[in-house]
Design a binder for this molecule. Structure first.
Ligand code: PLP
Length: 449
């Protein structure tokens, strides 16, 4: 019987050829670090619903979902029709257009904290803008972020944010840039309080489900404490909803958990599978983007400047409108949540019945694995256990993912995935079988007890 690696190489010959070519064009052959994979990544040719197909004709149940952008699955007909129609009119008018208004209005109608919106072209730009607005509004420079929480790749939040690191880091960022950044352990109320006590912090930014879309879960009670402490100290609360927005509820994590921040960043689902993002929040804060006629002091010295060629482009706008309309009016959020719950329960049953050291859990339609240690099982689906999950042990990550590819499943990152409303019973059943087969492969190679 071929090994996991031999099977991977045999099934993905076309991908290997493309990866070799890509290696001569891009550093490491890729354009997003999450797409790096050993010995080479798969090259995908087309997608539909909950599935995608690679250049070798292999079919996958897809848990990447456009890096989380596709709550409605690939190629949802209403979204595709809107995009096709928009393309007929042109891709960019270099001017304001009517669709951006409906797009922004829908966000205001759906998300509790949003009174005003400003579109950007990505989530990275949205968190950058939110932090800049917070500094402008409060007149304070210090930012607090939580250890490991991911907010894109601009200077302030860039790089590897490992638990031992005092600061995010990537070379190429000026020395001293981080002097006004404080990183506190995620979920530690006392540390947060201490960081805010001096009342010199402009904003706290965080992922509401915990770092890396809940890989390191955060108790919802922490969000309430954070809201209380930020209000008390005149600090703004920025909920980064780039992943959770329009996924955990039509109004995002802030609706689901009932905690309303001052500002939020969005991307991914907000643009219906096209590029786009936005900052939304309190009117008095977003007003720092205003251009005031006859006020050169404000315009030159005090306001926050903002440009961006593809902000609110008409194609992203109509895709966003179509997606948000579906999410507001139909039961897609609930269906994706239900499929995720079935998947998590199925994997946990499988692990128990086969004495596999590991467990699965989820928050809304984002699910995760523990594997390779005697991990606690959640009471049902969500991680309400005190102890933090350890995820997939590092030595197992690569062979487990390779084995899952061999059996037709594509994970998001190293330890879980994003479920869409196009994932149904069939996909859930196939995935549980694939996980069982991948575990058997790991055992056959002596990698797992
Ligand atoms: C929570 C969070 N914030 C910000 C970003 C950055 O968004 P983008 O990749 O659109 O720049 C991401 C990307 O995955 C994210 O997960």
């Amino acid at each position: 019987m071929p090994s996991i690696l031999e099977a991977y190489e045999a099934l993905h010959r076309g991908s290997r050829v493309l990866a070799e070519r890509a290696g001569t064009v891009f550093p490491s052959g890729i354009n997003h670090e999450a797409r790096a994979f050993e010995p080479f990544p798969i090259y995908v040719e087309r997608a539909a619903g909950a599935r995608k197909w690679d250049v070798d004709g292999n079919e996958y149940v897809d848990y990447v979902g456009g890096h989380g952008a596709l709550l409605l699955g690939h190629n949802r007909p209403e979204v595709m029709a809107a995009v096709h129609e928009a393309l007929e009119r042109g891709t960019h008018f270099g001017a304001s257009q009517q669709w951006e208004i409906e797009w922004g209005q829908r966000i205001i109608d759906m998300v509790p904290c949003v009174e005003r919106v400003r579109f950007t072209s990505s989530g990275t730009e949205a968190t950058m803008m939110a932090l800049r607005l917070a500094r402008a509004y409060t007149g304070r420079e210090r930012i607090v972020k939580l250890q490991e929480h991911f907010h894109g790749w601009h200077d302030l939040v860039v790089g590897r944010q490992g638990a031992d690191d005092a600061r995010p880091h990537s070379t190429g960022v000026p020395t001293g840039f981080y002097d006004s950044l404080t990183i506190v352990p995620s979920g530690d109320v006392a540390a947060l309080k201490q960081a805010l006590d001096a009342r010199d912090v402009a904003a706290v930014i965080l992922e509401p489900t915990g770092a890396h879309w809940g890989t390191h879960p955060l108790a919802p009670s922490y969000l309430q404490e954070l809201r209380r402490l930020t209000t008390e100290t005149g600090t703004l609360m920025i909920m980064d909803e780039v992943i959770t927005g329009f996924r955990m509820a039509p109004g995002g994590a802030q609706e689901r958990y009932g905690v309303v921040p001052d500002l939020s960043s969005f991307a991914k689902i907000v643009a219906g599978g096209m590029p786009g993002g936005c900052v939304g929040g309190r009117e008095d804060i977003l007003d720092f983007l205003e251009i005031r006629p006859n006020d050169p002091d404000w315009n030159g010295e005090r306001r926050v400047a903002h440009q961006g060629t593809f902000n609110a482009n008409p194609v992203s706008a109509v895709a966003g409108i179509a997606a948000l309309k579906i999410i507001a009016e139909q039961d897609d959020v609930a269906r994706a949540d239900a499929a995720t719950a079935a998947l998590v329960r199925g994997i946990n049953d499988l692990f128990k019945s086969q004495s596999v050291p590991g467990s699965a859990w989820a928050a809304s339609s984002m699910w995760h694995f523990n594997l390779g240690y005697d991990a606690p099982h959640p009471a049902d689906v969500e991680w309400t256990i005190e102890e933090q999950p350890r995820g997939i042990l590092p030595a197992l990550v690569r062979p487990f993912r390779q084995a899952l590819y061999n059996h037709g499943v594509d994970l998001m990152g190293n330890s879980g995935g994003m479920v869409s409303s196009a994932h149904g019973e069939r996909e859930v059943g196939e995935t549980i079988l694939a996980v069982g087969a991948a575990v058997a492969d790991l055992r056959a190679e002596g990698l797992l007890d």
